[in-house]
Design a protein around this ligand. Structure first.
Ligand SMILES: N[C@@H](CCC[C@H](N)C(=O)O)C(=O)O
Length: 331
């Protein structure tokens, strides 16, 4: 089950800002007085790239409820469903509040409350005095199947990936990392193996070592590669597969000496240019399956994020945040 927002809708002219992290874009509203009761239809309209402003999601900047946090990121996908966490969104949130002086830039850090809990952020400024990059402590990845969540009974095959001597995490009473891989059939074949990882929101990461082994109908012409792979069709199918009770974000990735290349079909909005939580989940899955070190660049369609899964089991994501434009919208 995914959860739609329940807002009744608002009426009037509202100032907004459009921000993005590597092309993963959001319409921001200052909702510190908590009056922005947008409806599902209004979110869909705002995010529509022809009839609206155009974005992958709407972010409301709300007051924090947790002590020690500087604000609450209320993130809504383009289809009007709520998501617990958004990695690119949280960097943009930092930029929004720092560039507007809501958080003093001199502090160099802030903590953002999300529906998945608080996220600590350190940031750098550019010469014009605006936030340039943000480094976010994304917390520990959640690997336990029930918590991702995964429904292993709906898979053709389920296996536990165990990586010894990696992060110190309790798994089956022992100190080691483990995650579940689900092998799921695509209609007409083949099957894909997904590693389930939650970064506060669910991810199914498919690491592909041999593109040539996949059938030609899964590519949109040209050479068989990540670039030509039909993420729209395959991603949409697995986003709503019964193995993922809360639906899932779906990542397709491959690893080489230059890092991890990844494309993502996001729950609630389709393929996006980048996904911060997806990049973190993919690094974790690649490290657990011994395809990558615990620190690597993740190359997305919109650019590169640097991801570190550190010795305290936390995933640290570093990347840019940009403001594209501001305006007023009639709702
Ligand atoms: N683009 C985001 C993730 C946004 C939420 C996601 N679509 C979900 O429903 O979980 C990111 O950068 O992490």
């Amino acid at each position: 089950m995914t959860m739609e927002i329940t807002g009744a809708g608002v009426a009037g002219r509202y100032p907004f800002a459009k921000l993005h992290g590597l092309g993963n874009d959001f319409v921001f509203f200052d909702d510190r007085d908590e009056t922005m009761d947008v409806s599902v239809d209004q979110v869909k309209r705002l995010c529509d790239r022809r009839f609206g402003i155009g974005a992958d999601g709407v972010i409301l900047v709300r007051p924090a409820r947790l002590e020690g946090c500087d604000g609450l990121m209320y993130y809504i996908n383009a289809d009007g469903t709520l998501a617990q966490m958004c990695g690119n969104g949280v960097r943009c949130f930092a930029k929004y509040v720092v560039d507007r002086g809501i958080v003093d830039a001199a502090r160099g850090s802030l903590t953002v409350e999300t529906l998945a809990g608080p996220r600590a952020i350190r940031f750098t400024m550019d010469e014009a005095g605006r936030l340039a990059t943000a480094q976010v402590d994304m917390g520990a990845p959640v690997l336990e199947a029930a918590e991702v969540p995964l429904n292993a009974a709906a898979a053709d095959e389920a296996a536990t990936v165990v990586a010894e001597d990696r992060a110190a995490r309790p798994c089956d009473g022992q100190t080691r990392s483990c995650a579940t891989t689900l092998t799921l059939a695509y209609p007409g074949g083949p099957s894909f193996a997904f590693v389930g990882v939650s970064m506060g929101n669910p991810h199914a990461v498919c690491l592909i070592d041999d593109w040539e082994a996949l059938p030609a109908h899964l590519f949109k012409g040209g050479e068989k590669s990540l670039e030509t792979f039909d993420v729209d069709a395959v991603g949409a199918y697995f986003e709503s597969h019964p193995a993922f009770p809360e639906k899932t974000n779906v990542e397709f990735a491959c690893v080489d000496d230059s890092g991890i290349a990844m494309r993502v079909f996001e729950r609630g909005c389709g393929e996006t240019m980048a996904c911060g939580t997806g990049a973190c989940a993919t690094l974790v899955a690649a490290a657990l399956t011994e395809r990558s070190e615990r620190e690597n660049d993740v190359h997305l369609r919109g650019g590169t994020l640097h991801i570190l899964w550190d010795e305290t089991d936390h995933v640290i994501m570093t990347g840019p945040a940009e403001e594209a434009f501001i305006g007023e919208v009639e709702l």
